[in-house]
Design a protein around this ligand. Sequence first.
Ligand SMILES: [Zn+2]
Length: 383
Amino acid sequence: MSHSDQRVIEQLQQLVATPSVSSTDPRWDQGNRAVVDLLAAWLVDLGFAVEIQPVSADGAKANLIATRGSGPGGLVLAGHTDTVPFDEGRWRSDPLCLTERDQRLYGLGSTDMKGFFPLALAAASTFTGTDLQQPLILLATADEESSMNGARQLVAAARPRARAAIIGEPTSLQPVRMHKGIMMESVRVTGRAGHSSNPALGNSALDGMHAVMSELLAFRLELAQRYGSAFFTVPTPTLNLGCIHGGDSPNRICSQVELHFDLRMTPDGDNASVRAEIQARLQAVAGDRGLAIELRPLVEDVSPFEETADCELVRLAERLTGHSAGAVAFATEAPFLKQLGMDTVILGPGSIDRAHQPDEYLELEQIRPCIRLLEQCIRHYCL
Ligand SMILES: [Zn+2]
C-alpha cells in the first residue's frame, strides 16, 4: 500500500469516527461541524483558503467552501458530510470504526459519502506547488440526508461559482446526469360532523377524500403519459399515497381527514407546475362538494435534475470513464448546484446499493481509479 493510500484510509477513519447523522427525527439529528473542521484543517495544509458557512443558527451545522486559485472558470468537487441514522446491532463491526476486510472498507458513510473526501483531497494534493489557472473548490455540505438545507444555503448565498461541479455520490464511477425530484405533500379535507343516521346533518370529509384520491390516481396516469422517460428504471413519475388519517367513529360523519403522498417528477416536468395542477384539481373537488381542501408541502421539495447530454462536463466524464451518462433513482444536491450556474454531474466511488444500510462499505479497488479520474478533471478545468 502506497503512502497516499494510507493517508486516504487514515483520513476516512477519522471522518467515519466523527458522527454526523442528520435526520428529520430530532432524537437522531446531530451537527456536522466536527467533520467540517477536520476537512478544513486538511485543506488548509494543502494551501486552500477555507470558508465555513453556518447552516444552523448555532453553527453546529455548516458548509465548507475551500478554494485554491481564482478565475471565472474552475471546478467544484462536492459532497455531503452527513450520514443517515444507523442500526448498530445489525452491523458486523462498529459502524463508527473503519474496518478493512475482504478488500473493503466498512463504516458508516464509507460510501455515502465521507469516502469521497479523502479521494478528492488526494487528487487535489497532486497539484500542490502547481499554479492553478482557474479555481479548484472543495465543497462539503450539511443536511443532505434530511432537509438539503446546506445546499439551499449555498443557493441563497449564490456560492460557490465555477464552470463545473462533480458531486461524488456513489455511482460506481459512472457519470449520472439525471434524477427525479421529490415532493412530499399533505392534503387535508375538512367537512362537517353530524349523526350518521342523516347525511344532511353533516358533510363527509371521507367521502370528499375518496374523490380526492380518485383525482390523484387519475392525475398519476396522466403524469405517466405526459412525462415518461425511458432513461429511468421506473420510466414514469411516481405518485405514492403513503398514509391517511381521519374520522373517529362509524356512526359519526367524518369532519376531517388528511392524506400524505409523495411525488417524484422526471426532469421533463417541474414541481411547481405539477403542484399548481394538483391544487386546481383539488379546488374543483372542494367546490363541487362544499368542502375545504388544503394542499401543503410536508418538507421543502427537491427539483428533478437533468444536465444536457452534450455539455462539456458530461462529454469529459463519459470520455474519461468510458460510460455514457445515465439516470439514478435517488435525489442529490445536483439541482441546487446547477441552479448556481455550474455544469453538474454526479460521479463518485462506491455503490448506492451499499448506502443507507448495515455493513456499508467502499471497495478498495475504487480508490485509485477515482483519484486518477478526479486528477484528470482538475487538469481539464483548473490548469
Ligand atoms: Zn449521499
